[in-house]
Design a protein around this ligand. Structure first.
Ligand code: KIV
Ligand code: NA
Length: 265
């Protein structure tokens, strides 16, 4: 199998083939996504919510992200694996950003890192890139800054914020980022960004006129069901399927139906 690289992704944008991306945080799930043919697996800091049950992405640590990332990498044969640098592991200064990146790359075997922000983190992005590590940007709704904004509503609806976002996207492209995630912004603005920069733009709640789409895998599989934003398309009801299976198991244990003769030694 031919591995997906930053070069593959750039070619996909050039010929108009949309890029598919989903999150994964463990070996079993990553193996399924890779077997299905996903282009990019994001070891997102959404693991803080989905795997650990925290309200925000802020508490997850670098060590925890490395544990998730190394589990994912062991399962993957084809997909390009990107890891979120968690809150507090890159904002301090560019040396801290590089140190965190090197730990992620060495200890997990992942292929790239993702950071939230634009011009503010330009130095860190440049420093990571100069060490030879591909960087994915993330603009719009940036969950690590949730307390600065106060809500998870649509971002960059106003002219000033839209201009800043477009200019940040250009900064990230100039720095040498290989792609940018745009989260929860108007489709028109996302289209403009995608047409302005030459690197792939991957949307989540950013409409159809971008170069690829990303979703949190537990949300699109219907494992988590309390989170229902309008941008989410649910492709399965795994919570329902799993609840049903576990209820049947409990019933079979209680009724002594399980195990039967064939299931015994
Ligand atoms: O952590 C995450 O899952 C993400 C995606 C939503 C882009 O950053
Ligand atoms: Na994230």
């Amino acid at each position: 199998i031919k591995r997906v690289t930053t070069h593959t992704l750039q070619e996909m944008k050039a010929r108009g083939e949309k890029i598919s991306m989903l999150t994964a945080y463990d070996y079993s799930m990553a193996g399924i996504l890779d077997a299905a043919g996903i282009d990019i697996i994001l070891v997102g800091d959404s693991a803080s919510n989905v795997m650990a049950g925290h309200e925000t992405t802020l508490p997850i640590t670098l060590d925890q992200m490395i544990y998730h990332a190394s589990s994912v990498v062991r399962a993957v044969k084809r997909a390009f694996v990107v890891v979120d640098i968690p809150f507090g592991s890159y904002q301090g200064n560019s040396s801290e950003a590089l140190r965190s990146t090197i730990r992620i790359m060495k200890e997990s075997g992942a292929h790239a890192v993702k950071v939230e922000g634009g011009a503010e983190i330009k130095e860190s992005v440049t420093r990571i890139l100069s060490a030879g590590v591909p960087v994915m940007g993330h603009l719009g709704l940036t969950p690590q800054s949730i307390y600065k904004f106060g809500t998870y509503t649509v971002r960059a609806k106003e002219e000033k914020e839209a201009e800043k976002l477009l200019s940040d996207a250009k900064v990230l492209e100039e720095c040498g980022c290989f792609a940018i995630v745009l989260e929860k912004i108007p489709a028109k603005l996302a289209q403009k960004v995608s047409e302005t920069v030459a690197i792939p733009v991957i949307g989540i709640g950013a409409g159809a006129y971008v170069d690829g789409q990303v979703l949190v895998v537990h949300d699109m599989l219907g494992i988590t069901q309390e989170f229902q934003p309008r941008f989410l398309r649910q492709y399965a009801d795994l919570r329902g399927t799993m609840l049903n299976a576990v209820e049947n198991y409990i019933q079979d244990v209680k009724s002594k139906d399980f195990p039967n003769e064939k299931e015994s030694y």
